[in-house]
Ligand binder design. Sequence first.
Ligand code: GRF
Length: 200
Amino acid sequence: MSRKRVAILISGGGSNMLSLVRDMADPEHPGAPCLVLSNNPDAGGLARARALGVPVATVDHRPHRGDRPAFEAKLTQVLADAGAEVICLAGFMRILTPGFINAWSGRMINIHPSILPLFPGLHTHARALEAGMTVHGCSVHEVTADLDAGPILGQAVVPILDGDTPERLAERVLGMEHRLYPAALRRFLTGERSRLALLG
Ligand code: GRF
C-alpha cells in the first residue's frame, strides 16, 4: 500500500515534528513526511527537519495580518505543491478558519497538551496546577472548527508531583507527547479508531 504523504505544520522548535519524522523513518510506517511547513521563518524546527532530509517551507503569516484567507491560500498552495494528503499540526500556533479546516476534514490532526475536554486553549499546565489536578497529560485529536474539540484519537496521562511548576509539568507532558503522537498517527493512517491510552 502506498504511504500517505504527511505534512507537519510547526511554529517553533518542532520537538513533536521530530518524533513524528523519526517514527516515519520506518519503511513499514503507513505515512512518509513530505513537508515541514512553518508560519514562522525563524522556527528552530525548520533546521531540524532539513537536517533529517525533509523538505521545508515557510508561509509567513505577518504579511497577511488581518487576512486569514490570504494566508491560508498560500498554505494551501504550498501543501498542494508538496502533494500533502494528511496534515499533522505540531506546535502550530495560528488559528485556522472553518473553510481551511473543512477542506482537510478527516485528514488533519493535532496534539494538545491537556486531557481534553479539560483545558482547551493556552497555558494548560498552569491551569491544571491552579485547578488542583493530580494528573495532567496530552491528547491527539482530529481538527474540527471547534478549537481543541475534535474526535479524540489518543491520550496520555502523567502525574502532577509536589512542587511542580508549569515548566516542569510541561516537560513531563512533552515526553509523553513524543510517544503518543507517533502512535496516534500510525493508527489514524491505518483507519484504526479504537481507544489509545498511554499511562506514563
Ligand atoms: C507543546 O506543548 C505541544 O503540546 C503544543 O505545542 C508545544 C510545543 O510543541 N502543541 P513542539 O515542541 O513545538 O512540538
